[in-house]
Design a protein around this ligand. Structure first.
Ligand code: V47
Length: 370
């Protein structure tokens, strides 16, 4: 453990004591942590909190990603996945195609199916209800985590329904959880620059509140390393923390390092390893009420994700297999990781691998051997 004298020499003694006593950090504390020149000292503080929450357990999930379409009306500049309808590279899966993707992997012990797409101009809510119900029928034991808050708002607009009614209908069809995407950074300034047509931050938070009130848990993300300031990152974290105080519905926070390839963000560069590790550590320290921090290996790269387990992260996400959003933006990570690889990465980093489902419920070893 790094002695308090080190934090004293860094001007972080007060923050050190707050963390040791489990007291909430304010935005100024967060800023000072970001400015800390001693990466290892910052990581050790976050690691202390991570050990308090989870000990040496590090989670992973055996999951399947399905993107039903990349056709999107929003045109976000940071997104290399999106296409206009009819544009080369655009795709749209039917319900039967999605079911086929699920069927192809029925022999694998998948516990979570993660389904997202663009904001498609025509696909109706009925299609998504049929999609969930059809998957439920052939894979009743699997948990369905689908549709970002941005997609929920889009479905509501197309149908002339409230977002609450959309959530209720999807929940009745089998939706159990919302993924954390679409949050980007809530700053209106950044959203005007990068995604002016997308649901705004308040809308994203409102839909998450509604979901949580209906018993639908969710994750939350932050896309970082593009045009946002450190203050804007911290305000994003604070907004999530305040909503979590109200609802308790966020299960996991996922800091997503921006992948600049094939995007339209000017002068874009991928955040450095130091920035990514600092962001993960500060997230762990600021989000004192969200239990899990994910080191998403797809965007971080497997090597940095492994190191991130010492900087506050307690989850590596999962096997994934068919990821498009990060890889179309130049992510150089593998297409998929086997359970064995995930477990070895976790063990090598000095932690105990534990398989979870999307709610972070631990799976008994017997369920893991199939
Ligand atoms: O919302 C888009 C981001 C998100 C880029 O909930 C980009 O368990 C980096 O939310 N560089 C989708 N990121 C991914 C996502 C996610 C992934 C894994 C697990 C979970 C979960 C959620 O990807 C989007 C957007 O913020 N994104 N473009 C890019 N160029």
């Amino acid at each position: 453990m790094i002695p308090v004298s080190v934090y004293k020499s860094l001007g972080l003694e007060r923050i050190f004591h707050k963390v040791a006593e489990g007291r909430r950090l304010d935005l100024d504390d967060g800023f000072r942590l970001f400015q800390c020149p001693d990466l290892v000292a910052l990581g050790a503080l976050a690691h202390r909190v991570r050990l308090r929450w989870h000990g040496r357990t590090t989670f992973y999930v055996v999951n399947q990603h399905i993107n039903y379409s990349n056709i999107c009306v929003n045109g976000c500049l940071f997104c290399a996945f999106r296409r206009r309808k009819g544009e080369p590279g655009s795709f749209e899966l039917s319900v039967a195609d999605v079911v086929e993707k699920v069927r192809e992997r029925l022999h694998e012990p998948i516990t979570e199916i993660h389904i997202v797409g663009g904001c498609h101009p025509e696909l109706r809510l009925e299609t998504f209800e049929s999609m969930l119900a059809a998957i439920r029928k052939i894979r009743p034991e699997v948990h369905l985590k689908a549709f970002t808050a941005v997609e929920i708002a889009h479905f509501a607009r197309l149908e002339g329904l409230t977002t609450r009614d959309v959530l209720l209908r999807l929940q009745a069809a089998g939706l159990e959880m919302l993924p954390g995407g679409g949050a980007e950074v809530f700053s209106p300034r950044v959203r005007r620059l990068l995604c002016p047509n997308k649901l705004d931050g308040d809308g994203w938070l409102r839909i998450m509140r509604e979901a949580h009130e209906l018993g639908i848990k969710s994750n939350a993300t932050m896309l970082f390393g593009h045009k946002e300031t450190l203050e804007e990152r911290l305000e994003h974290l604070d907004a999530l923390r305040r909503l979590q105080d109200e609802t308790g519905g966020f299960v996991c926070f996922i800091p997503l390092p921006f992948q600049p390839g094939n995007t339209e963000v000017e002068n874009a560069r991928e955040p450095t390893g130091v920035d990514a590790l600092k962001t993960i550590a500060v997230s762990r320290l600021m989000l004192d009420n969200i239990p899990h921090i994910k080191a998403y290996w797809v965007m971080l790269g497997v090597k940095l994700a492994q190191v991130a387990l010492h900087f506050g992260a307690d989850d590596l996400d999962g096997t994934v297999v068919e990821e498009k959003i990060g890889h179309m933006a130049g992510a150089e990570s593998e297409d998929f990781l086997s359970r064995e690889t995930l477990e070895n990465l976790i063990r090598e980093a000095g932690f105990d691998p534990v398989e979870r489902n999307c709610f972070f419920e631990t799976l008994p070893a017997s369920a893991r051997s199939c």
